[in-house]
Design a protein around this ligand. Structure first.
Ligand code: AMP
Length: 572
Protein backbone atom coordinates (compact mmCIF):
# COMPACT_ATOMS: atom_id res chain seq x y z
CA UNK A 1 0.00 0.00 0.00
CA UNK A 2 1.08 3.55 -0.63
CA UNK A 3 0.78 4.37 3.09
CA UNK A 4 3.41 1.71 3.97
CA UNK A 5 5.61 2.89 1.13
CA UNK A 6 5.43 6.46 2.43
CA UNK A 7 6.22 5.34 5.97
CA UNK A 8 9.31 3.45 4.82
CA UNK A 9 10.46 6.31 2.60
CA UNK A 10 10.07 8.62 5.60
CA UNK A 11 12.11 6.30 7.82
CA UNK A 12 14.83 6.00 5.17
CA UNK A 13 15.06 9.75 4.78
CA UNK A 14 15.55 10.00 8.55
CA UNK A 15 18.95 8.32 8.54
CA UNK A 16 22.18 9.13 6.76
CA UNK A 17 23.64 5.66 7.25
CA UNK A 18 23.60 3.59 4.08
CA UNK A 19 23.59 0.32 5.97
CA UNK A 20 20.51 1.36 7.96
CA UNK A 21 18.74 2.51 4.81
CA UNK A 22 19.51 -0.84 3.20
CA UNK A 23 18.20 -2.80 6.21
CA UNK A 24 14.96 -0.82 6.35
CA UNK A 25 14.44 -1.26 2.65
CA UNK A 26 15.20 -4.98 2.57
CA UNK A 27 12.78 -5.61 5.45
CA UNK A 28 10.08 -3.73 3.56
CA UNK A 29 10.66 -5.42 0.19
CA UNK A 30 10.42 -8.91 1.65
CA UNK A 31 6.85 -8.24 2.77
CA UNK A 32 5.49 -7.16 -0.63
CA UNK A 33 3.64 -9.28 -3.17
CA UNK A 34 4.99 -9.38 -6.72
CA UNK A 35 2.88 -6.56 -8.14
CA UNK A 36 3.78 -4.21 -5.28
CA UNK A 37 7.45 -5.22 -5.27
CA UNK A 38 7.83 -4.46 -8.97
CA UNK A 39 6.47 -0.95 -8.57
CA UNK A 40 8.03 -0.20 -5.18
CA UNK A 41 11.64 -0.66 -6.28
CA UNK A 42 11.08 1.54 -9.33
CA UNK A 43 9.52 4.33 -7.26
CA UNK A 44 12.24 4.00 -4.61
CA UNK A 45 14.85 4.45 -7.34
CA UNK A 46 13.37 7.89 -7.76
CA UNK A 47 11.02 8.01 -10.73
CA UNK A 48 7.66 6.81 -12.01
CA UNK A 49 9.10 4.41 -14.63
CA UNK A 50 11.99 1.96 -14.87
CA UNK A 51 15.16 3.12 -16.64
CA UNK A 52 14.55 1.14 -19.79
CA UNK A 53 11.25 2.89 -20.16
CA UNK A 54 11.84 6.42 -21.35
CA UNK A 55 8.25 7.54 -20.99
CA UNK A 56 7.79 10.76 -19.05
CA UNK A 57 4.69 12.00 -17.26
CA UNK A 58 5.27 15.46 -18.72
CA UNK A 59 4.23 17.05 -15.43
CA UNK A 60 6.03 20.25 -14.50
CA UNK A 61 6.14 22.24 -11.31
CA UNK A 62 3.26 24.52 -12.25
CA UNK A 63 0.93 21.64 -13.17
CA UNK A 64 1.58 20.05 -9.80
CA UNK A 65 0.79 23.33 -8.08
CA UNK A 66 -2.44 23.72 -10.08
CA UNK A 67 -3.50 20.14 -9.36
CA UNK A 68 -2.76 20.50 -5.64
CA UNK A 69 -4.90 23.60 -5.65
CA UNK A 70 -7.75 21.85 -7.53
CA UNK A 71 -7.62 18.76 -5.34
CA UNK A 72 -7.98 20.46 -1.98
CA UNK A 73 -9.07 24.02 -2.87
CA UNK A 74 -5.80 25.45 -1.59
CA UNK A 75 -4.86 28.87 -2.94
CA UNK A 76 -1.65 29.20 -4.92
CA UNK A 77 -0.01 31.58 -2.46
CA UNK A 78 -0.31 29.06 0.36
CA UNK A 79 1.28 26.39 -1.84
CA UNK A 80 4.12 28.69 -2.92
CA UNK A 81 4.61 29.74 0.70
CA UNK A 82 4.82 26.17 1.99
CA UNK A 83 7.11 25.11 -0.87
CA UNK A 84 9.35 28.11 -0.20
CA UNK A 85 9.53 27.41 3.54
CA UNK A 86 10.55 23.80 2.95
CA UNK A 87 12.59 24.42 -0.18
CA UNK A 88 10.73 21.49 -1.72
CA UNK A 89 7.29 21.24 -3.23
CA UNK A 90 6.52 17.72 -1.93
CA UNK A 91 7.55 18.59 1.62
CA UNK A 92 5.54 21.81 1.48
CA UNK A 93 2.38 20.14 0.19
CA UNK A 94 2.62 17.46 2.89
CA UNK A 95 1.89 20.16 5.45
CA UNK A 96 -1.21 21.41 3.61
CA UNK A 97 -2.91 18.07 3.05
CA UNK A 98 -4.92 16.20 5.71
CA UNK A 99 -2.66 14.16 7.94
CA UNK A 100 -5.05 11.41 8.93
CA UNK A 101 -4.91 7.88 7.55
CA UNK A 102 -7.21 7.35 4.60
CA UNK A 103 -8.07 4.30 2.59
CA UNK A 104 -4.64 4.06 0.99
CA UNK A 105 -4.25 3.02 -2.63
CA UNK A 106 -2.00 0.21 -3.80
CA UNK A 107 1.28 0.93 -5.59
CA UNK A 108 -0.20 -0.70 -8.71
CA UNK A 109 -3.04 1.81 -8.63
CA UNK A 110 -0.52 4.62 -8.27
CA UNK A 111 1.45 3.17 -11.18
CA UNK A 112 -1.72 3.14 -13.28
CA UNK A 113 -2.07 6.87 -12.66
CA UNK A 114 1.52 7.44 -13.85
CA UNK A 115 0.79 5.37 -16.98
CA UNK A 116 -2.29 7.47 -17.66
CA UNK A 117 -0.36 10.72 -17.18
CA UNK A 118 2.30 9.61 -19.67
CA UNK A 119 -0.31 8.54 -22.21
CA UNK A 120 -2.45 11.68 -21.95
CA UNK A 121 -1.44 14.73 -24.00
CA UNK A 122 -2.25 18.28 -22.91
CA UNK A 123 -1.59 20.08 -19.67
CA UNK A 124 -5.23 20.53 -18.68
CA UNK A 125 -6.05 16.84 -19.09
CA UNK A 126 -2.93 15.88 -17.12
CA UNK A 127 -3.87 18.39 -14.45
CA UNK A 128 -7.31 16.78 -14.05
CA UNK A 129 -5.83 13.28 -13.68
CA UNK A 130 -3.28 14.52 -11.18
CA UNK A 131 -5.93 16.38 -9.15
CA UNK A 132 -7.97 13.17 -9.00
CA UNK A 133 -4.90 11.26 -7.78
CA UNK A 134 -3.90 13.87 -5.19
CA UNK A 135 -7.48 14.19 -3.94
CA UNK A 136 -7.22 10.64 -2.58
CA UNK A 137 -3.97 11.09 -0.65
CA UNK A 138 -3.01 12.25 2.80
CA UNK A 139 -0.07 14.58 3.38
CA UNK A 140 2.58 11.94 3.83
CA UNK A 141 1.52 10.05 0.69
CA UNK A 142 1.27 13.24 -1.37
CA UNK A 143 4.80 14.21 -0.28
CA UNK A 144 6.33 11.13 -1.89
CA UNK A 145 4.05 11.00 -4.92
CA UNK A 146 5.10 14.56 -5.77
CA UNK A 147 8.77 13.69 -5.29
CA UNK A 148 8.41 10.71 -7.63
CA UNK A 149 6.69 12.90 -10.21
CA UNK A 150 9.57 15.35 -10.02
CA UNK A 151 12.06 12.50 -10.47
CA UNK A 152 13.80 13.69 -7.34
CA UNK A 153 13.23 11.42 -4.44
CA UNK A 154 16.01 12.92 -2.34
CA UNK A 155 15.87 10.45 0.50
CA UNK A 156 19.44 9.39 -0.10
CA UNK A 157 18.63 6.29 -2.13
CA UNK A 158 20.12 5.54 -5.46
CA UNK A 159 19.44 2.62 -7.69
CA UNK A 160 22.71 1.05 -6.50
CA UNK A 161 21.41 0.98 -2.94
CA UNK A 162 18.07 -0.42 -4.09
CA UNK A 163 20.04 -3.16 -5.87
CA UNK A 164 21.84 -4.07 -2.68
CA UNK A 165 18.59 -4.06 -0.70
CA UNK A 166 17.07 -6.43 -3.28
CA UNK A 167 20.11 -8.72 -3.02
CA UNK A 168 19.83 -8.70 0.74
CA UNK A 169 16.05 -9.13 0.88
CA UNK A 170 16.11 -12.27 -1.27
CA UNK A 171 19.53 -13.60 -0.30
CA UNK A 172 21.15 -13.32 -3.76
CA UNK A 173 24.69 -12.24 -4.66
CA UNK A 174 24.85 -8.50 -5.38
CA UNK A 175 26.83 -9.10 -8.58
CA UNK A 176 23.99 -11.25 -9.96
CA UNK A 177 21.43 -8.55 -9.14
CA UNK A 178 23.61 -5.89 -10.78
CA UNK A 179 24.12 -7.93 -13.92
CA UNK A 180 20.41 -8.69 -14.32
CA UNK A 181 19.58 -5.04 -13.76
CA UNK A 182 22.08 -4.02 -16.39
CA UNK A 183 20.59 -6.38 -18.96
CA UNK A 184 16.98 -5.55 -18.23
CA UNK A 185 17.50 -1.88 -17.27
CA UNK A 186 14.42 -2.48 -15.16
CA UNK A 187 14.88 -2.70 -11.40
CA UNK A 188 11.27 -3.90 -11.06
CA UNK A 189 11.82 -6.89 -13.35
CA UNK A 190 15.16 -7.51 -11.64
CA UNK A 191 13.56 -7.64 -8.18
CA UNK A 192 11.03 -10.22 -9.40
CA UNK A 193 13.84 -12.36 -10.87
CA UNK A 194 15.75 -12.08 -7.59
CA UNK A 195 12.78 -13.27 -5.58
CA UNK A 196 12.15 -16.16 -8.01
CA UNK A 197 15.84 -17.10 -7.89
CA UNK A 198 15.93 -16.63 -11.66
CA UNK A 199 18.51 -13.86 -12.06
CA UNK A 200 20.41 -16.06 -14.51
CA UNK A 201 17.51 -15.93 -16.90
CA UNK A 202 17.77 -12.14 -17.32
CA UNK A 203 18.24 -11.75 -21.01
CA UNK A 204 18.37 -9.07 -23.56
CA UNK A 205 15.69 -9.90 -26.09
CA UNK A 206 15.73 -8.84 -29.68
CA UNK A 207 12.87 -6.55 -30.74
CA UNK A 208 12.43 -5.47 -27.15
CA UNK A 209 13.88 -1.95 -26.87
CA UNK A 210 16.78 -1.51 -24.43
CA UNK A 211 17.42 1.70 -22.42
CA UNK A 212 20.13 3.83 -24.04
CA UNK A 213 23.44 4.72 -22.47
CA UNK A 214 23.89 8.45 -21.96
CA UNK A 215 26.82 10.85 -21.79
CA UNK A 216 27.84 13.43 -19.18
CA UNK A 217 28.82 16.93 -20.27
CA UNK A 218 32.44 17.99 -19.79
CA UNK A 219 33.88 21.23 -21.04
CA UNK A 220 37.51 20.88 -20.14
CA UNK A 221 39.58 18.62 -22.43
CA UNK A 222 42.25 18.24 -19.70
CA UNK A 223 39.64 16.80 -17.37
CA UNK A 224 38.41 14.49 -20.12
CA UNK A 225 41.91 13.03 -20.45
CA UNK A 226 42.24 12.83 -16.65
CA UNK A 227 38.98 10.91 -16.42
CA UNK A 228 39.33 8.61 -19.41
CA UNK A 229 43.09 8.29 -19.80
CA UNK A 230 45.11 8.86 -22.96
CA UNK A 231 43.61 5.99 -24.93
CA UNK A 232 39.98 7.08 -25.13
CA UNK A 233 37.99 7.07 -28.32
CA UNK A 234 36.43 10.28 -29.64
CA UNK A 235 33.24 9.96 -31.65
CA UNK A 236 31.65 12.74 -33.64
CA UNK A 237 28.58 13.94 -31.80
CA UNK A 238 25.73 13.88 -34.30
CA UNK A 239 22.73 16.13 -33.90
CA UNK A 240 19.91 13.91 -35.04
CA UNK A 241 17.60 11.29 -33.58
CA UNK A 242 19.06 8.69 -31.25
CA UNK A 243 17.93 5.28 -32.45
CA UNK A 244 18.38 1.61 -31.82
CA UNK A 245 18.10 -0.90 -34.65
CA UNK A 246 17.17 -4.50 -33.95
CA UNK A 247 17.61 -6.97 -36.80
CA UNK A 248 17.44 -10.69 -37.52
CA UNK A 249 17.23 -12.09 -41.02
CA UNK A 250 14.44 -10.21 -42.78
CA UNK A 251 13.01 -8.66 -39.67
CA UNK A 252 14.13 -5.15 -38.69
CA UNK A 253 12.77 -2.71 -36.13
CA UNK A 254 13.96 0.78 -35.29
CA UNK A 255 13.22 2.33 -31.89
CA UNK A 256 13.57 5.95 -30.74
CA UNK A 257 15.06 7.01 -27.40
CA UNK A 258 11.54 7.04 -25.99
CA UNK A 259 11.43 3.39 -27.09
CA UNK A 260 8.72 4.08 -29.65
CA UNK A 261 8.90 2.14 -32.86
CA UNK A 262 9.81 4.44 -35.74
CA UNK A 263 10.71 1.86 -38.42
CA UNK A 264 8.12 3.08 -40.96
CA UNK A 265 9.55 6.62 -40.94
CA UNK A 266 12.93 5.47 -42.23
CA UNK A 267 12.39 2.95 -45.05
CA UNK A 268 15.89 3.45 -46.48
CA UNK A 269 17.48 2.61 -43.12
CA UNK A 270 15.15 -0.35 -42.70
CA UNK A 271 16.17 -1.80 -46.05
CA UNK A 272 19.87 -1.20 -45.41
CA UNK A 273 19.49 -2.93 -42.04
CA UNK A 274 17.87 -5.92 -43.75
CA UNK A 275 21.00 -6.18 -45.84
CA UNK A 276 23.12 -6.26 -42.68
CA UNK A 277 20.76 -8.75 -41.02
CA UNK A 278 21.20 -11.49 -43.63
CA UNK A 279 22.33 -14.53 -41.65
CA UNK A 280 22.95 -12.41 -38.55
CA UNK A 281 21.21 -10.83 -35.59
CA UNK A 282 22.07 -7.57 -33.84
CA UNK A 283 21.11 -4.51 -31.84
CA UNK A 284 22.88 -1.34 -32.97
CA UNK A 285 22.98 2.00 -31.18
CA UNK A 286 23.46 5.19 -33.14
CA UNK A 287 22.01 8.40 -34.42
CA UNK A 288 19.79 9.01 -37.46
CA UNK A 289 21.02 12.13 -39.18
CA UNK A 290 19.92 14.07 -42.26
CA UNK A 291 22.71 13.26 -44.69
CA UNK A 292 23.27 13.51 -48.43
CA UNK A 293 26.98 12.82 -48.47
CA UNK A 294 27.46 15.55 -45.91
CA UNK A 295 25.65 16.26 -42.65
CA UNK A 296 22.53 18.39 -43.11
CA UNK A 297 20.96 20.58 -40.42
CA UNK A 298 18.71 19.09 -37.77
CA UNK A 299 15.75 21.04 -39.18
CA UNK A 300 15.85 18.77 -42.26
CA UNK A 301 15.20 15.66 -40.25
CA UNK A 302 12.43 17.38 -38.33
CA UNK A 303 10.43 17.64 -41.56
CA UNK A 304 10.65 13.87 -41.72
CA UNK A 305 9.14 13.48 -38.28
CA UNK A 306 6.38 15.98 -38.78
CA UNK A 307 4.72 14.24 -41.73
CA UNK A 308 2.25 11.46 -41.44
CA UNK A 309 3.20 9.85 -44.75
CA UNK A 310 6.73 9.25 -45.95
CA UNK A 311 6.35 10.14 -49.63
CA UNK A 312 9.04 9.63 -52.31
CA UNK A 313 9.43 13.41 -52.42
CA UNK A 314 10.09 13.55 -48.69
CA UNK A 315 12.67 10.78 -49.04
CA UNK A 316 14.41 12.91 -51.67
CA UNK A 317 14.11 16.20 -49.78
CA UNK A 318 15.17 14.83 -46.42
CA UNK A 319 17.63 11.99 -47.00
CA UNK A 320 18.90 10.25 -43.86
CA UNK A 321 21.60 7.86 -42.71
CA UNK A 322 22.07 5.94 -39.49
CA UNK A 323 25.50 6.48 -37.94
CA UNK A 324 26.16 3.45 -35.73
CA UNK A 325 28.41 4.00 -32.73
CA UNK A 326 27.78 0.93 -30.61
CA UNK A 327 26.56 -2.65 -30.67
CA UNK A 328 24.68 -4.32 -27.80
CA UNK A 329 23.77 -7.71 -29.19
CA UNK A 330 25.28 -9.88 -31.88
CA UNK A 331 24.41 -13.25 -33.37
CA UNK A 332 22.24 -14.59 -30.59
CA UNK A 333 23.66 -12.99 -27.44
CA UNK A 334 24.35 -9.71 -25.66
CA UNK A 335 27.78 -8.11 -26.14
CA UNK A 336 27.23 -5.09 -23.92
CA UNK A 337 29.49 -6.50 -21.22
CA UNK A 338 32.45 -6.62 -23.58
CA UNK A 339 34.75 -3.59 -23.39
CA UNK A 340 34.09 -0.82 -25.89
CA UNK A 341 37.19 -1.55 -27.98
CA UNK A 342 35.94 -5.10 -28.58
CA UNK A 343 32.42 -3.95 -29.34
CA UNK A 344 33.74 -1.49 -31.92
CA UNK A 345 35.65 -4.28 -33.68
CA UNK A 346 32.47 -6.36 -33.79
CA UNK A 347 30.54 -3.38 -35.10
CA UNK A 348 33.04 -2.74 -37.88
CA UNK A 349 33.11 -6.38 -38.86
CA UNK A 350 29.29 -6.49 -39.01
CA UNK A 351 28.77 -3.31 -40.98
CA UNK A 352 31.77 -3.60 -43.26
CA UNK A 353 29.95 -6.23 -45.28
CA UNK A 354 26.93 -3.99 -45.81
CA UNK A 355 28.42 -1.05 -47.67
CA UNK A 356 25.16 0.81 -47.79
CA UNK A 357 25.08 4.55 -47.34
CA UNK A 358 21.97 4.46 -45.15
CA UNK A 359 23.94 2.63 -42.45
CA UNK A 360 27.41 3.90 -41.64
CA UNK A 361 29.83 3.89 -38.77
CA UNK A 362 30.34 7.11 -36.82
CA UNK A 363 33.62 8.94 -37.27
CA UNK A 364 35.86 7.63 -34.49
CA UNK A 365 39.45 8.44 -33.61
CA UNK A 366 41.71 7.76 -30.65
CA UNK A 367 41.92 10.85 -28.40
CA UNK A 368 45.41 11.04 -26.98
CA UNK A 369 45.74 14.46 -25.37
CA UNK A 370 43.80 17.60 -24.53
CA UNK A 371 45.15 19.47 -27.56
CA UNK A 372 44.33 16.50 -29.75
CA UNK A 373 40.74 16.63 -28.47
CA UNK A 374 40.57 20.25 -29.59
CA UNK A 375 41.78 19.31 -33.07
CA UNK A 376 39.25 16.51 -33.30
CA UNK A 377 36.56 18.88 -32.09
CA UNK A 378 37.32 21.35 -34.89
CA UNK A 379 37.31 18.55 -37.43
CA UNK A 380 33.91 17.37 -36.15
CA UNK A 381 32.55 20.92 -36.45
CA UNK A 382 33.93 21.09 -39.99
CA UNK A 383 31.84 18.03 -40.76
CA UNK A 384 28.87 20.04 -39.38
CA UNK A 385 28.58 17.91 -36.25
CA UNK A 386 27.91 19.30 -32.78
CA UNK A 387 31.10 18.24 -31.04
CA UNK A 388 32.48 15.01 -29.65
CA UNK A 389 31.44 12.19 -27.38
CA UNK A 390 34.61 10.79 -25.84
CA UNK A 391 34.41 7.29 -24.46
CA UNK A 392 36.35 5.03 -22.13
CA UNK A 393 37.72 2.33 -24.39
CA UNK A 394 37.48 -0.31 -21.65
CA UNK A 395 33.92 0.50 -20.53
CA UNK A 396 30.89 -1.74 -20.70
CA UNK A 397 27.56 -0.52 -22.07
CA UNK A 398 25.23 0.47 -19.23
CA UNK A 399 21.66 0.86 -20.54
CA UNK A 400 19.76 3.89 -19.34
CA UNK A 401 22.65 5.27 -17.29
CA UNK A 402 24.46 8.56 -17.57
CA UNK A 403 27.93 7.73 -16.34
CA UNK A 404 31.47 8.98 -16.57
CA UNK A 405 32.45 6.50 -19.29
CA UNK A 406 30.94 8.70 -21.98
CA UNK A 407 31.71 12.41 -21.86
CA UNK A 408 30.17 14.84 -24.30
CA UNK A 409 32.31 17.76 -25.30
CA UNK A 410 30.75 20.82 -26.83
CA UNK A 411 32.19 24.30 -26.69
CA UNK A 412 30.43 27.41 -25.66
CA UNK A 413 30.17 29.52 -28.80
CA UNK A 414 29.92 33.03 -27.54
CA UNK A 415 28.69 34.75 -24.43
CA UNK A 416 25.91 37.26 -23.81
CA UNK A 417 25.78 39.82 -21.03
CA UNK A 418 22.34 39.61 -19.50
CA UNK A 419 20.54 41.18 -16.58
CA UNK A 420 18.84 39.04 -13.96
CA UNK A 421 15.08 39.66 -13.76
CA UNK A 422 14.07 36.92 -11.33
CA UNK A 423 15.86 34.71 -8.83
CA UNK A 424 14.56 31.46 -7.43
CA UNK A 425 15.43 29.25 -4.47
CA UNK A 426 17.35 26.15 -5.52
CA UNK A 427 17.12 22.54 -4.46
CA UNK A 428 18.97 20.32 -2.01
CA UNK A 429 21.84 22.17 -0.42
CA UNK A 430 20.79 25.28 -2.34
CA UNK A 431 17.25 25.29 -1.01
CA UNK A 432 17.88 28.34 1.18
CA UNK A 433 19.70 30.44 -1.38
CA UNK A 434 18.57 32.15 -4.56
CA UNK A 435 20.56 30.11 -7.06
CA UNK A 436 18.39 29.87 -10.21
CA UNK A 437 18.29 33.00 -12.31
CA UNK A 438 16.08 34.16 -15.14
CA UNK A 439 17.83 36.74 -17.30
CA UNK A 440 17.04 39.15 -20.09
CA UNK A 441 18.62 41.02 -22.98
CA UNK A 442 17.69 44.51 -24.19
CA UNK A 443 15.15 45.21 -26.90
CA UNK A 444 15.09 48.96 -27.42
CA UNK A 445 13.84 50.34 -24.09
CA UNK A 446 12.54 47.04 -22.97
CA UNK A 447 14.08 43.96 -21.33
CA UNK A 448 13.08 40.59 -22.74
CA UNK A 449 13.82 37.31 -21.01
CA UNK A 450 15.94 34.85 -22.93
CA UNK A 451 16.78 32.10 -20.48
CA UNK A 452 17.28 30.63 -17.07
CA UNK A 453 20.45 29.14 -15.62
CA UNK A 454 21.50 27.52 -12.40
CA UNK A 455 25.09 26.58 -12.72
CA UNK A 456 28.49 28.14 -12.87
CA UNK A 457 28.82 30.17 -9.66
CA UNK A 458 30.57 29.29 -6.42
CA UNK A 459 28.67 28.93 -3.14
CA UNK A 460 30.18 32.18 -1.90
CA UNK A 461 29.04 34.07 -5.00
CA UNK A 462 25.56 32.60 -4.70
CA UNK A 463 25.35 33.57 -1.01
CA UNK A 464 26.30 37.15 -1.74
CA UNK A 465 23.95 37.36 -4.72
CA UNK A 466 21.14 36.01 -2.53
CA UNK A 467 21.55 39.00 -0.20
CA UNK A 468 21.63 41.39 -3.12
CA UNK A 469 18.55 39.88 -4.74
CA UNK A 470 16.57 39.91 -1.50
CA UNK A 471 17.40 43.59 -1.15
CA UNK A 472 16.16 44.42 -4.65
CA UNK A 473 13.20 42.03 -4.70
CA UNK A 474 10.06 43.62 -6.11
CA UNK A 475 7.75 40.79 -5.14
CA UNK A 476 7.70 37.14 -4.31
CA UNK A 477 5.77 34.41 -6.11
CA UNK A 478 6.38 31.20 -4.20
CA UNK A 479 10.06 30.33 -4.50
CA UNK A 480 10.62 33.07 -7.07
CA UNK A 481 11.64 36.66 -6.35
CA UNK A 482 11.19 39.16 -9.14
CA UNK A 483 14.12 41.55 -8.84
CA UNK A 484 15.01 45.04 -10.02
CA UNK A 485 17.08 44.50 -13.17
CA UNK A 486 20.54 45.54 -11.91
CA UNK A 487 22.75 42.51 -11.64
CA UNK A 488 24.55 41.69 -14.88
CA UNK A 489 25.82 38.17 -15.55
CA UNK A 490 27.78 36.82 -18.49
CA UNK A 491 26.08 33.76 -19.92
CA UNK A 492 27.83 31.06 -21.92
CA UNK A 493 25.76 28.67 -24.03
CA UNK A 494 25.96 26.17 -26.86
CA UNK A 495 23.45 27.45 -29.35
CA UNK A 496 20.73 29.99 -29.82
CA UNK A 497 17.36 28.62 -30.82
CA UNK A 498 14.15 30.20 -31.94
CA UNK A 499 11.64 29.44 -29.23
CA UNK A 500 8.30 30.55 -27.87
CA UNK A 501 9.42 29.85 -24.33
CA UNK A 502 10.66 33.36 -23.59
CA UNK A 503 9.44 36.75 -24.67
CA UNK A 504 12.61 37.47 -26.65
CA UNK A 505 11.54 34.74 -29.11
CA UNK A 506 14.85 32.98 -28.57
CA UNK A 507 16.19 30.47 -26.09
CA UNK A 508 19.73 29.38 -25.25
CA UNK A 509 20.77 25.76 -25.27
CA UNK A 510 22.81 24.76 -22.21
CA UNK A 511 23.10 28.22 -20.67
CA UNK A 512 25.70 28.58 -17.91
CA UNK A 513 26.71 31.57 -15.85
CA UNK A 514 30.30 32.36 -16.85
CA UNK A 515 30.77 35.22 -14.37
CA UNK A 516 29.11 38.09 -12.56
CA UNK A 517 29.75 41.34 -14.43
CA UNK A 518 29.71 44.02 -11.76
CA UNK A 519 31.68 46.16 -14.19
CA UNK A 520 28.60 46.42 -16.41
CA UNK A 521 25.30 48.22 -15.95
CA UNK A 522 21.94 47.24 -17.31
CA UNK A 523 22.40 49.85 -20.08
CA UNK A 524 25.42 47.94 -21.33
CA UNK A 525 23.94 44.45 -21.66
CA UNK A 526 23.61 42.57 -24.94
CA UNK A 527 20.80 43.50 -27.27
CA UNK A 528 18.31 41.40 -29.18
CA UNK A 529 20.15 42.44 -32.38
CA UNK A 530 23.31 40.78 -31.10
CA UNK A 531 21.31 37.65 -30.36
CA UNK A 532 19.87 37.69 -33.86
CA UNK A 533 23.34 38.15 -35.39
CA UNK A 534 24.77 35.19 -33.52
CA UNK A 535 21.74 33.11 -34.47
CA UNK A 536 22.07 33.99 -38.15
CA UNK A 537 25.82 33.33 -38.10
CA UNK A 538 25.06 29.94 -36.66
CA UNK A 539 22.60 29.17 -39.46
CA UNK A 540 25.10 30.32 -42.06
CA UNK A 541 27.76 28.02 -40.68
CA UNK A 542 25.28 25.20 -40.86
CA UNK A 543 24.37 26.08 -44.43
CA UNK A 544 20.75 27.09 -43.92
CA UNK A 545 19.11 30.35 -44.82
CA UNK A 546 17.44 32.20 -41.98
CA UNK A 547 13.72 32.07 -42.66
CA UNK A 548 11.48 34.68 -41.12
CA UNK A 549 11.77 36.05 -37.65
CA UNK A 550 11.13 34.18 -34.44
CA UNK A 551 7.54 35.31 -34.38
CA UNK A 552 6.91 33.60 -37.75
CA UNK A 553 7.93 30.30 -36.32
CA UNK A 554 5.58 28.10 -34.36
CA UNK A 555 6.63 28.46 -30.75
CA UNK A 556 7.62 25.63 -28.55
CA UNK A 557 9.16 23.37 -31.17
CA UNK A 558 12.11 22.54 -29.00
CA UNK A 559 10.56 23.08 -25.61
CA UNK A 560 11.09 20.29 -23.17
CA UNK A 561 7.77 19.90 -21.34
CA UNK A 562 9.67 19.31 -18.11
CA UNK A 563 11.46 22.58 -18.42
CA UNK A 564 8.68 25.02 -19.11
CA UNK A 565 9.60 28.35 -17.64
CA UNK A 566 7.30 29.05 -14.73
CA UNK A 567 8.99 32.28 -13.78
CA UNK A 568 6.64 35.18 -14.40
CA UNK A 569 8.03 37.20 -17.29
CA UNK A 570 9.43 40.44 -15.95
CA UNK A 571 8.55 42.00 -19.28
CA UNK A 572 4.98 40.87 -19.77
P1 AMP B 1 22.79 15.75 -25.48
O1 AMP B 1 21.58 15.50 -26.34
O2 AMP B 1 23.52 16.98 -25.80
O3 AMP B 1 22.51 15.50 -24.03
O4 AMP B 1 23.86 14.61 -25.85
C1 AMP B 1 23.64 13.26 -25.69
C2 AMP B 1 23.14 12.67 -26.96
O5 AMP B 1 24.10 12.78 -27.99
C3 AMP B 1 22.91 11.19 -26.92
O6 AMP B 1 21.70 10.86 -26.32
C4 AMP B 1 22.90 10.83 -28.39
O7 AMP B 1 21.59 10.93 -28.91
C5 AMP B 1 23.73 11.89 -29.02
N1 AMP B 1 24.92 11.42 -29.71
C6 AMP B 1 25.29 11.91 -30.89
N2 AMP B 1 26.41 11.32 -31.32
C7 AMP B 1 26.77 10.41 -30.38
C8 AMP B 1 27.84 9.49 -30.26
N3 AMP B 1 28.77 9.39 -31.21
N4 AMP B 1 27.90 8.73 -29.15
C9 AMP B 1 26.95 8.83 -28.18
N5 AMP B 1 25.91 9.68 -28.24
C10 AMP B 1 25.81 10.47 -29.33
Amino acid sequence: MLADFAAVAQAISGTKKKSVKETLLAAYLIRLDDAELERAVVFLSGGPFPRRDERVTGIGWSTIVDAVSDAWSIDHDSIFGAAGRHGDLGDGVAELFPAEERRSMTLSQLGDYFDRLAATPGTSAKRAILAELLGGLNGQEARFVIKILQNEFRIGLQEGLVESAVARAFGRPLTDVRRANMLTADIGATALLARANALDSAVMTLFHAVGLMLAQPEEDPERIIDTLGPDAVADDKYDGIRAQIHGREQEVRIFSRTLDEITHRFPEIESAARGVAKGRSFILDGEIVAFDGRILPFATIQTRLGRRKVTPKLLMDAPVSFFAFDILYLDGGPVLEKPLHERLLLLRELIAGADDSAIRISTQSPAISASHIDELFDAARDRANEGLVIKDIGSVYTPGRRGKSWLKYKKAMATLDCVVTAAEFGHGKRRNVLSDYTFAVRREDDLVNIGKAYSGLTDVEIASLTERFLAISTGRHGPVHLVRPEVVVEIAFDRIQVSGRHKSGYALRFPRIARIRDDKTVEQISTIDEVRRIYEGQLKREGVRAVGSPSDTAPGGDVDPNEIDIVPQADS
